[in-house]
Each structure stands twice: as structure tokens, then as C-alpha cells.
Design a protein around this ligand. Structure first.
Ligand SMILES: C[S@@+](CC[C@H](N)C(=O)[O-])C[C@H]1O[C@@H](n2cnc3c(N)ncnc32)[C@H](O)[C@@H]1O
Length: 333
């Protein structure tokens, strides 16, 4: 493994070996996804995890996205499900690739496209400034990389390698494809800095050390008969009344919402525990489908109100119409 990759991660590295403390990632330390997922629940974990059942055989992360929840859940086995085929392919590549090979491959793509390495050379070397960060330094290389990626027609390891490097260097480290499956975000401000390396390293270690599998299915195609009362389903769907990339192109609508609520009712009837993340209100809008559903089932389902300001600092603002009512709805106590 190249020392450069990990200089600030492993400050105390002195003999080319990883310090022992980083070789073993504690399964009890919450780790953040290396994918910057809109609606990712990492910051809500301290509120959500204590509300989950203590004994779980299979934890189904039904809308796994960046996997922030499933990879921190206490369970014997985790199934990460999402209907985004490219996302699941990328996660499987993380799971199946040896971490040394993966980091070395990322480094070689960065070098090939002459993208910045601020960890090695510092920000000044690239004339990076506050508002644009490293965008100017990386614009040309990023464009070439994106062109090569968008020209690939086989989704193999090389495809996922280029995709991940694109994500590292893209605007807000997001993943976004147009209708023709072409990656269409512009260059971002950051590069493969120590924080990102750390997240990726910890995430790979976690998913390679727990019993887990990735599957690409519409939530509604999950066969409830294959689940047992020892299992647990966590649902973090796109929110009907907020906007994210996965809401685009009619990604989530009222029919999906109703279908999901039916699915959760079916889980309940089969004695399978579930928890649903959502917002009842946001920015002056109310999700009446959800609030009606839960109000009609007050004897069965329990609503926990969470501190919705995990993502921003407007908790104390006077105008509550601008705020969200983030909840976790459970069918158990
Ligand atoms: C709010 S995000 C999940 C974020 C995740 N909990 C985290 O912390 O990173 C919602 C996810 O649902 C997925 N999704 C949307 N519609 C779906 C469907 N019909 N079936 C399965 N997954 C779906 C999207 O691709 C997206 O990744």
C-alpha cells in the first residue's frame, strides 16, 4: 500500500505497516458512508439506533442509499437493498475488491487524469481558493475522465473505479445520471483528501467484515414470506415532500408512497418489525398521506419525533414554517 494514500490518516505510521488500531474497525463505532448521499442518516444515527430492536437476525436496509444505517446496525446479517442498479454495482465492487488494490487503482486514475492530490502537495500548490476550492485545478481532467466514463458500455470493475473517482471529484461528491445513464455533475471543490480516504477505508473494512449482501430490487418486489419475526426492516425512502436527486425523473410519487405504506402494513400483519424514517412536515408542506395513515393506526404504530436539525443549524430560528418534522415510525416498542 502506498504511504501517500494514508499520510494524515495514519500519522503514526513509521514502518510501512498499518498501525494495529486501524486494522480492526470496532463494530460499535458508527462509520459514515463514503458516498455523500442526500438524506443520508449518519447524523441521525445517535437518535435512530437506540430505537431499533436489540435482537435482530436479518436487518433489511430497504432503501439503503449510502448504507449509513445498515452498516451501523446491530444484527447477525444485513441485506442492503436499493433500486439503483449503478449504486448497488458500486457497493458490490467496494465489497469484493481488496482494499489495497482499490486504493492503488484510485491513485492511478487520479494520476492518469492529472487530478489534484492536495494531501501530498497541499492546496497552495494548486492555487486553490476558498470559493472554488480545487475546481479550477481539476476542471479539465475531470471533464476528460467524465467523457471516458460516459463512453464505457460495460459495467465492470473499471466502470465502478472511474465512477468512484468521478464522485470524489464531482460537485458535492454526489452521484447523478441523466435519463441516458450519463453521469452529469460538474467538477467539485474537493479531492481525495484524508477525510474521504478515512471514510472509504472504514466503510470497506466494515462491509468486508460483516455478513451482508447487496441486492437491487424495487422495495415492493421483496418477498415478505422470506422474512421472519426475528428480522427487521428499516425503510428510509425518498421523502414525498422534499427534493433529492433520487426524487427526480418521477423517482418517487404518491403512488409509491401509498404502495410503501401498504407494504409496511403487510409486514406488520406478518409480525415483522419495521421502522420508517420520514418527515411529516417540511418547509410549509405536510405529507397528508403519511399523517392520515399513521393517525388511523395509532394503536399499532408509534411516532418518535427526532431533532430534525441534524443537517443544518436552523433549529432555533423563529420561523418554524421553514423547518421539518423528522420522525421515526415503528410498529413495536
Ligand atoms: C433517502 S435515500 C436512503 C439514504 C440512506 N438511508 C443513507 O443513510 O444513506 C433513499 C434511497 O431509496 C432508493 N429508492 C428510491 N425508490 C426506490 C424503490 N422503489 N425501491 C428501492 N429503493 C428505492 C433511492 O435510490 C435512494 O438511494
Amino acid at each position: 500500500m502506498k504511504r501517500d494514500c494514508f499520510l494524515s490518516l495514519f500519522d503514526d505510521i513509521d514502518n510501512g505497516q498499518f498501525p494495529e488500531k486501524y486494522n480492526v474497525i470496532s463494530l460499535t463505532t458508527p462509520i459514515a458512508s463514503p458516498l455523500n448521499y442526500t438524506g443520508g442518516k449518519f447524523k441521525l444515527l445517535p437518535q435512530i439506533l437506540p430505537l431499533f430492536p436489540k435482537q435482530v437476525e436479518t436487518f433489511v436496509d430497504l432503501f439503503c442509499g449510502g448504507c449509513n444505517v445498515g452498516c451501523n446496525a446491530a444484527a447477525n446479517r444485513v441485506v442492503f437493498n436499493d433500486n439503483n442498479e449503478i449504486l448497488i454495482g458500486l457497493l458490490e465492487w467496494f465489497q469484493q475488491t481488496d482494499s489495497e488494490t482499490l486504493f492503488n487503482s484510485i491513485e492511478s486514475v487520479i494520476q492518469k487524469y492529472e487530478l489534484s492530490n492536495s494531501m501530498k502537495y497541499g492546496y497552495e500548490y494548486y492555487n486553490a481558493n476558498g470559493s472554488d476550492g480545487l475546481a479550477n485545478a481539476n476542471r479539465e481532467g475531470f471533464q476528460k475522465l467524465r467523457d471516458e466514463f460516459n463512453g464505457l458500455d460495460i459495467r465492470n470493475s473499471y466502470y465502478y473505479l472511474l465512477l468512484y473517482v468521478l464522485i470524489i471529484f464531482s460537485f458535492n461528491n454526489q452521484i447523478r445520471f441523466n435519463r441516458n445513464d450519463k453521469f452529469n455533475l460538474p467538477v467539485g471543490k474537493r479531492d481525495f483528501n484524508s477525510k474521504m480516504r478515512n471514510k472509504l477505508w472504514q466503510f470497506i473494512n466494515r462491509i468486508q467484515s460483516i455478513d451482508c449482501q447487496f441486492q437491487c430490487m424495487d422495495f415492493n418486489s421483496i418477498n415478505i414470506d422470506e422474512l421472519s419475526p426475528q428480522d427487521f426492516v428499516y425503510a428510509d425512502p425518498p421523502y414525498l415532500i422534499t427534493c433529492a436527486t433520487y426524487n427526480e425523473q418521477n423517482g418517487w410519487n404518491e403512488d409509491n408512497e401509498r404502495c410503501l405504506l401498504n407494504f409496511l402494513d403487510e409486514l406488520h400483519e406478518s409480525n415483522i418489525r419495521f421502522a420508517l424514517s420520514n418527515v411529516l412536515k417540511s418547509k410549509g408542506k405536510t405529507n397528508t398521506i403519511l399523517s392520515d395513515w399513521v393517525n388511523q393506526r395509532k394503536d399499532r404504530y408509534f411516532v418518535e419525533y427526532l431533532n430534525f436539525n441534524y443537517a443544518n443549524s436552523n433549529y432555533h430560528t423563529k420561523d418554524k414554517s421553514d423547518s421539518a418534522e423528522e420522525v421515526l415510525i415503528r410498529n413495536y416498542r
